[in-house]
Structure formats: structure tokens, C-alpha cells
Design a protein around this ligand. Sequence first.
Ligand SMILES: [Zn+2]
Length: 648
Amino acid sequence: MIPQETVGKIIETARIEEVVGDFVSLKRRGASLWACCPFHEEKTPSFHVDPARGIYKCFGCGKAGSSVNFLMEYEHLTYSEALRYLAKKYHIEIQEREETAEDLEKRQRSESLHLVAEFAHKFFIESLQKEEGRAIGLQYFHSRGLDDATILKYGLGWSPRTRNSLLDAARQAGYKDEYLVAAGLVIQREDGTLCDRFWDRVMFPFHTVSGRVVGFGGRTLKKDHGGMKYVNSPESEIYVKNRILYGLYFAKNEIARSGKCYLVEGYLDVLSMHQLGITNVVASSGTSLTDGQVSLLKRFTENVTIMYDGDSAGIHAALRGINMILREGMNVKIVLLPDGDDPDSFAQKHTLEEVQAFIAEHEQDFIGFKCDLLLEDAAGDPLKKAELINDIADTIAEIPDPIKRSTYTDAVSAKFRVEPDLILSRIGTTRRSRQKPTPGQTRTETPDPEIVPPVQPEQPRAIRDENEILAPGEKDLLAFILRDGSEPLVFPTDSEFYSPDGVQTVAEFIDDALASDDVQFANSAYRATYEAYFERYDAGDDQKAIILHLLNGKNLQISQVVADLLEEKYQLTVDSFSKSLSTKSSWLASFVPRAILAYQDKRMDARISTLRRELMTATGDDQIRILDEIGRANALKRKIKIKLGREK
Ligand SMILES: [Zn+2]
């Protein structure tokens, strides 16, 4: 755990223009900085960085937030990873003092395993450049069409023929046997003796999402390999299969930018496609795809295109992948390569343009894919055709979203000229018969020692105005609180808001007014922000500390709301008729109550329209009760109107 003081120090030290500037080129215009937005495609800059407030905001796509949340969004880091990134950038030492002795031991152990893995990685890379490595390993990579830049970037290596060369080198460098075994690099035999897991193999390192090497795949080049063409690192405290996709570290930005990911089977498929210029490609690390890997991918995109070999093993794996991806609620397409080709060989034989054109032409949804696959068989055989339709219906049944299910149902119905009701009933039966385990039950994930605690960044969403009538008023009140919450509200003695008991702050005044009506904001994002603000306010934090905390907290949605409302360009909807009010305090004293009244007025509107809807179906006594209530609401509205007029 990072101690709270250190989190505070990191947040105060980070300069938004420096953090963003590492990824985007910023141009100065007046007091602020502008760039083309890294989150959406654009030619003219609408991405604004405000150094004074420590926030960024894109006026094109609406993304907004702080340094921490920029890293979470752009680099796809977790909250804790983003803080550690900033600590490293600004040379702030993280003393993990709040740990228990057990935590500390665990972390030190995990750090030791990482160091051992890094040592092995360097050892394999260096071995590739020595005589044996060059003659066999490097020669092999070159023969597979890989250039030196790709070999270097992906850290490919060679494990020497001599048994135990890694074990010996690691011991000499002072690494403990215990960690070499725990990291899966060395095997302990039954008699207690140790030996290297990898020897005489070309080595493919596995990177975590943040770029640390935690495991390896080793491929033998011998023809007679006794069935062990590939040897992979076993799962360990640092290498958790569900958290690794081969190539993801190098592909993640392009996946996010293009909104799409290609899923292939082998390391060489990833490397050749990448070298050709298609960089949003990952593979399932030499093992068959797991549910955990699919949900890892979902952090980056919802759109996956499976690109497997056209042979029967490839087709079988693709069919399995389709179901897993659909089950996660993601969208899946399939590109089947010509028979005999895999993405590696296909990328080698063709230019970038040719590969792109092939994909564009042959990418199909799973219905088309299954039809092509099975229809030939089914042609003219009504029984087989029925089987095919049922098979497709069962796949549709995997999709969690009912609207998507119905869209696909319509497509199948049109394609096979079958009544949609028949397909829907099959889908219904299949869904009911599948005993769905509760979410999480199927996945036994051990926490990643690198991320303590493992925090999944919340998917940022555009702030939807869930209630169109109320949201603008809630936004106004929240803007007052976030901008001037700690300012005192001084009313003249003849004002109806004047209280002889003392002066309230803007935040207290608004909170009291809402509490006396027993009102919570209708918009969930605004409500969450409001509650988070008052949690800190009640704990005694000052305004600046609260804003820093909200901007840089774990909750991306709150961060986005705060950055959005602090941005100067956001105009309050209360009219600014009173230009004569010169001081800030008299301005606040006039406008805060107006904003509250305006909000109450809108709430009455919302109430009345709900009541009117109820009235349409109501009968007898209910009708009278509803009409009564509408009358009371209208009376309240009139009172508010009068107050609004008087407070001018
Ligand atoms: Zn944008």
C-alpha cells in the first residue's frame, strides 16, 4: 500500500503539462496549452491543458481529468500503477510503511522474483548475441523474417545448450536458488538437485501490461524434440496467465486508438504482423485462450477480430474463442486465412496494403463464419440445416445484452428464412438450461503482486444527463460547491437568508437547503461527486485538498466531473444579469440561493410531469389525490417564482 501522505505528495508534485507532455506535443496559446486529442482522431487541437488547475479537458470528445487519470486512461494503468509511475517520474520514494510484516515479506519476495526474471531476460538477450546464440537463435529469427529492430523491441533471446548455464550465472550474480525456483526458471528435481527449465531454445519473454517481464516461452529448433516444441514458464506469484496476453504491452495504445484488436495464436504471428505495420495484435501466450485473458482485453477494446489458421485446429480454436468473447459482452469478427497460411506466413508473403485489403474483404461476423463453415455440409439436407440454425442460436445465447441478441436473431431469421420466434425460443431454452455460475466464481484470480491492491480502473463513461430536467440544475449547484465551496456566504441583514447565528459556507448552505427538502441528486455521476466532496469536507479538509483528492482519486467518473466543472468555459445556467455585483462574496450571496431556487423549481416540474403520467391511468380517489398534489406543486412553483423575483 502506498501511504496516504505519499499519495498526497505525488499528487501535489505532478504537473499536468509535464505528464501529458510526455505523450502529446503541447502548444502554448496564452496561459494554456493545446494539442490534438490523444483520445479521438482530430486535425485541429481541441485538447486543452490547464496547468494552473492541474486538469485537462478535450472539447471534442469530452474526456477530462487530472494527471493520475490521464495515465489511467491513456496508458491503461490501474490507480496504483499510475501513482507509482508518477512517483518514479518525480523521484518520490514510496516507503510502504503501512504494511504489516507479512505484507512486507510478500512484497519483497515478489520484488525478488521480478529481479530474478529481469536477470534471466538479460541473460537470454546477451546469449543471443554470443557465438552459439548468433549461429542458431539469431539465424533462426532472421530466417523467419524478423529484423533486428523487432528482435530488440520484443526482447527475444537464446537459452544456451549447456545445461544449467542460467542457474550458474544467476548464482554467480548472487541470486538465491529459492527465487529462481519460485519464478519457474529453475526446476527442483525430486532428489533436491536443481536444473534449468530452459536450454537450447529461442526465448520469447512475456510482458505485463505495464511492461515488466514475468515469464518466458521457449521454442526448440531441433526436429526431434520429443513433443516439447514449446516450453513455457509455469504460473508463479508473478506470472499469472490470466493477466498476460503476448504482445499486449506493445499493442495496447494502438488497440485503444483504433478501437480494435486482432487475436492470433502464436508469438511469430504477433511479431510478423507488428513488423509489417499492424500493431494492434496479441496472442494468448502459447496456451489456449482463457476467460481471464478475454476480460483483460476488454479493458482496452470491445472489438476483437480472431485471425487463426484456416486448418481444422485453427477453426476449432476460433469457434471456442467466439463463444468466450461473446460471453464477455464483446463484439467478435473472424478472418479465416487461406488454407495453409497462418498470420505469420501471410504477413511475410504480402505487403501491408494487401493484408489490410484481405482483412477488410474477409472479415465476417460469427453467423457468416459458421454458415460458411457448415452450410456446404447442410446444403439440401433439412435436418443438417436445422442443426446449423440451432448451433448459431446457441452461440447467440452467449451474448449478455438482449438488444444485441435480438439484432443477431433478426439476421439469422432473414438469412435462413426462419421465423424469429423459433430462434428466440431456442435461445431462451439454452439460456435457461445454462446454470450460470455467479460472476467471479469461474475465475480464481490470485492478486498480482505488482499491483497492491489490484484495482481495476473504472471504465470512464461520458457523463450522461440521466434526468434531462434536473441535471442542469444539479450541475450548477455542484459547480458552485467545487469552485467556491469554502467561501463564506454573507447575506445583508434584510435578506431572508440572513441568519444571526453566523455565516455558512457555500457548501454548507447548499447542503442544508437540499437536506431540508430531503433531496439527493438524480444524476448518479453528480450524486457520487457531491457525496465524495462532503465526505472530505466533513473530515475537515480544506477546499484545495478536497479538489486535489477528487481530481486524482480512483474514481475516474468523479475526476471527470470535477475537471469538467472547474474548466472556465463551463457557463452556469443561472442568468448573469447582475453585472453590477462587484465583489465575489456579494455575487455568491445572490447566485447560490437563486441556483437552489431554480433547482427546486425544476424538481417541481419533474414531479408534476410524473404526476401527470400517473393521472392518465389513475381512477377514482387516486385521481383526486394526484390532482391535489399537482395543485400543491404548482403553488410551490409560484412561491419560488416570487422568491426568484425578489432576490434579484
Ligand atoms: Zn478528444
